[in-house]
Design a protein. Structure first.
Length: 204
């Protein structure tokens, strides 16, 4: 057990092995139906990715940023040089996998166009499609903010990958402010986004 829990890779592999065992139980009890299982698999990967994404978003906004002023100046470089770049790697790629699996799921279930048009093509007659569409659009905006606003500005602010070694201090501060503001925008949007996603599965 120590060999598993002392190594993150082994821990994650063990988690997937346990999930596979749960699948075997499902298979033996329910039987395997590809038309049901493939959309479920896409949904599971979508949710798993989303937990990573929103978890890191909340870490940045509820833990890292509010705590930063109380961190001694001599310790702050470790956060900016090591912890934050690593967190940003998982942050942006979990955002990507969340939207990719979400789009795949919507396509598999036959509501991709209906949701992204907010059910306009059906005359707004399906409230579930409208609800999931609102959630999908909010998630898409958040994904865009991560990849095209937050990440590029964090690269500048923290000189990630040594791409901006000569950037002026004022420009770094401005980039950090922009990244922080859009991270707060995503935190705000995550609340109605999650409401719309959960509502589409439960109250329509």
């Amino acid at each position: 057990m120590a060999a598993i829990l002392s190594n993150l890779r082994n821990t994650v592999i063990a988690g997937f092995v346990l999930a596979a065992l749960v699948f075997v139980v499902y298979w033996r009890v329910q039987g395997y139906d590809v038309t049901l299982f493939v959309p479920f698999l896409a949904r599971w990967l979508h949710v798993l990715s989303g937990i990573m994404w929103i978890g890191l978003l909340y870490y940045f906004n509820f833990v890292a940023t509010p705590t930063m002023p109380s961190i001694p100046d001599e310790l702050k470089p470790a956060l900016g040089k090591y912890i934050t770049p690593a967190a940003l790697f998982w942050f942006r790629w979990s955002a990507m996998s969340t939207i990719v699996f979400g789009i795949i799921l919507a396509q598999l279930n036959g509501y991709l166009v209906q949701a992204y048009t907010l059910d306009a093509i059906e005359g707004f007659a399906n409230p579930k499609a409208l609800g999931i569409g609102i959630g999908m659009w909010l998630g898409t905006i958040m994904w865009f903010n991560v990849w095209f606003v937050i990440w590029p500005n964090q690269q500048k602010a923290l000189n990630i990958g040594n791409k901006y070694p000569d950037l002026a201090k004022e420009a770094k501060a401005a980039a950090a402010k922009t990244a922080g503001q859009f991270s707060r925008v995503n935190t705000m949007l995550s609340i109605p986004m999650l409401f719309a996603m959960v509502a589409a599965q439960n109250i329509y």
